[in-house]
Design a protein around this ligand. Sequence first.
Ligand SMILES: NC(=O)c1ccc[n+]([C@@H]2O[C@H](COP(=O)([O-])OP(=O)(O)OC[C@H]3O[C@@H](n4cnc5c(N)ncnc54)[C@H](OP(=O)(O)O)[C@@H]3O)[C@@H](O)[C@H]2O)c1
Length: 265
Amino acid sequence: MITPILMLGAGRMGGAILAGWRKAKAFPPGEIMIVDPQPGEDALAAIKAGAVLNPPESELARAKTVVLCVKPQAWTEAAEQYAKRLAPDAVIVSIAAGVKAEKIAHAFGGRAVARAMPTTAAAIGQGTASLHADTPEALARAVALFKPLGTVVELSDEGQMHAATAVSGSGPAYLYAFLEALEAAGASAGLPPAEASKLARSTLVGAAALLAKSGLDPVELRRQVTSPGGTTEAALNVLLGANGLPPLLRDAVQKAMRRSKELGG
Ligand SMILES: NC(=O)c1ccc[n+]([C@@H]2O[C@H](COP(=O)([O-])OP(=O)(O)OC[C@H]3O[C@@H](n4cnc5c(N)ncnc54)[C@H](OP(=O)(O)O)[C@@H]3O)[C@@H](O)[C@H]2O)c1
C-alpha cells in the first residue's frame, strides 16, 4: 500500500508534486495528508480537492509513505518533530538535495528510505525525477509516486544523485537563465524588448517540443538548422568555442555538485 501519503512540507516543489498528482488523478485526494505551517497555492488547491491539512498528530501513524519536501536545511528538525509519530513500516521518500539515505534513515528511526530529485514541471506532468533506494521495495514506492508526474530515471549508485541534482534538479533554472540571456541579447541587438522576449521564448519552447516529438538527437537537430557558412554557424562558433557552453556547463554542474555535497553535510 502506498497510501495514505503524508507530505512533510508543501512549498514550491511539494506543491508542484501535489499539482501533478491532481492533474494525473494519481491518488484519491482524501488519501493525502499535508503538514506545512504555511501551505502554498498548490497545496491549498489539493486541500480544496479533499487532501487533509495539518491532521492531528495521532493521524500521522496512518501514513504508509512519507514524502519529505522541506528545505535541506530544515529536514533534521522535521525528522525530530515527526519520526516518533509515524508507523514503523512507513517508507520515507526524501527530495532533500544532497542528504544521504543513510542519514535520513537514521533520523527516521531506521525506516526504509528512497531518494528522489524531481523538477517543478511535475506540476504539468512533464517532470523528471532521479530516484535511488537501497531496497527494491523503497525504489518501487518512489517510482509509484513519481511515474505519474513524468519521466523517472533510476540510479543504482547513490553517489550519482549529486550529479543528477546538478544536471536535472537545478537544470530548469539553467534553461530559464539561457532564455533571459537570449532575450537580453535580442534587445541589445536592436529588437524591442517585448518582441525579443516573444521571439526567444517561442523559439525555445518550439525547439524543445520538436526535440521531444521527433525523438532525434540534439546533435542531429542542430545539424539540420546549421548551414555551412551561415548565420547559425557563426553563432555556434562562439557558443561551442573554447570559452563556450561545454566548459561553462561543466563548471556550473561541478559547482552545483559541490553544493549538493555540502548541503548533505
Ligand atoms: N524547488 C525546486 O525546484 C526543487 C527541485 C528539486 C528538489 N527540491 C528540493 O525540495 C525541497 C523543498 O524545496 P522547496 O523549493 O519546495 O522549498 P520551500 O518552497 O521552502 O518549501 C518547503 C516548505 O516546507 C515547510 N516546512 C519547513 N519546515 C517544516 C516542518 N518542520 N514541517 C512541515 N513543513 C515545514 C516550509 O514552510 P515555511 O515556509 O513556513 O518554512 C515550506 O512551505 C528541498 O529539499 C529541495 O532540495 C526543490
